[in-house]
Design a protein around this ligand. Structure first.
Ligand SMILES: Cc1cc2nc3c(=O)[nH]c(=O)nc-3n(C[C@H](O)[C@H](O)[C@H](O)COP(=O)(O)OP(=O)(O)OC[C@H]3O[C@@H](n4cnc5c(N)ncnc54)[C@H](O)[C@@H]3O)c2cc1C
Ligand code: FES
Length: 272
């Protein structure tokens, strides 16, 4: 009998069904794959375009049976700029899902604090979607989200919907524009608005490194156990599957041991 196997480096084709600009440089791509993929919040795919290259991108949606995946992509450099040129009906290539997901089971029976900065809200979006689906098993969900300016806030419609559905949504910006009467300053100045029991909560964090560092230290100081302070870490990646060493940091491969880590692991392996 001939054995068939899938070459992990060969990407699979997806078709862009919807392309939606969320801000001037952040775009949501809803793609449809030829076979169903199962993935969990916090995991990522290597997303590629022939002739341009391949980049790691987190899943921005919950896995569903409709073969759809959403990616929220910020135009950063060569590959992401080329992807932004694509239109609905064009093909995007993916391999994955890779990496460890957020341990959502820690949220059961507890308060959940979600802390996001900038494009970091994208990997947290499916955590919030999951939280709403499992609302009855979770005490309270609070989202603290910071962006540079009001124009840089992504997923504005989702934020409104989440607030309407009972999530405590707290927004802040670094630089307010005309008409902004909300919070100004770093997300880490808003802990008093989280309205959760820090000692019995779990936090899921994603954003710029400087925000992550400040957030995890504050949450630990407030009494949140270090194994329940959970964040994603970024690294330059090539293979995504623990072979090339590009993402090696301390004693860990960010692609396979992460990208989701607890503060306990971050301290133990000196990852930040
Ligand atoms: C696990 C993981 C998940 C990610 N999820 C998302 C996502 O959901 N949406 C999104 O827009 N981006 C995400 N990123 C970041 C994204 O992969 C990079 O922006 C992308 O690789 C840049 O490629 P480029 O060719 O467009 O830019 P390049 O020309 O390669 O780089 C442009 C600039 O971005 C910096 N850069 C490139 N890659 C990284 C990186 N991995 N970490 C930090 N800085 C980097 C470069 O140093 C340079 O300054 C994720 C990264 C990782 C590791
Ligand atoms: S990206 Fe190759 S080992 Fe992690």
């Amino acid at each position: 009998m001939t054995k068939t196997y899938r070459n992990i480096y060969i990407p699979e084709r997806t078709e862009i069904k919807e392309k939606l600009y969320l801000t001037g440089d952040v775009c949501l791509f809803r793609v449809e794959s030829e076979r169903p993929f199962e993935y969990n919040p916090g995991q990522f795919f290597m997303v590629s375009l022939w002739g341009a290259g391949e980049v790691p991108i987190s899943v921005a949606s919950l896995s569903n049976k409709r073969r759809e995946i959403e990616f929220c992509i910020r135009r950063a450099g060569k590959v992401t700029s080329a992807i932004h040129e694509l239109q609905e009906g064009n093909f995007l290539w993916i391999r994955g899902p890779y990496g460890k997901a957020f341990p959502l089971e820690y949220a059961i029976g507890r308060d959940v604090l979600i802390v996001g900065g900038g494009i970091g809200l994208a990997p947290l979006r499916p955590v919030l979607q999951w939280g709403l689906q499992n609302k009855n098993s979770i005490k309270k969900i609070s989202l603290l989200y910071g962006a540079r300016t009001p124009e840089d806030i992504i997923f504005k419609e989702d934020l409104q919907e989440w607030a309407e559905k009972g999530i405590n949504v707290v927004l802040t910006v670094d630089r307010p524009g005309d008409g902004w009467d909300g919070n100004i300053g770093l997300v880490t100045t808003l802990w008093h608005k989280a309205e959760i029991d820090f000692k019995d909560a779990v936090s899921f964090i994603c954003g710029p490194e400087v925000m992550i560092k400040a957030a995890i230290k504050d949450l630990f100081f407030f009494g949140m156990p270090e194994e329940r302070i959970i964040t994603t870490l970024e690294a330059h990646m090539k293979c995504g599957v623990g072979k090339c060493g590009h993402c090696y940091n301390g004693e860990k491969y960010i692609c396979t041991d992460g990208p989701v880590f607890t503060y306990k692991e971050i301290k133990e392996f000196n990852l930040l």
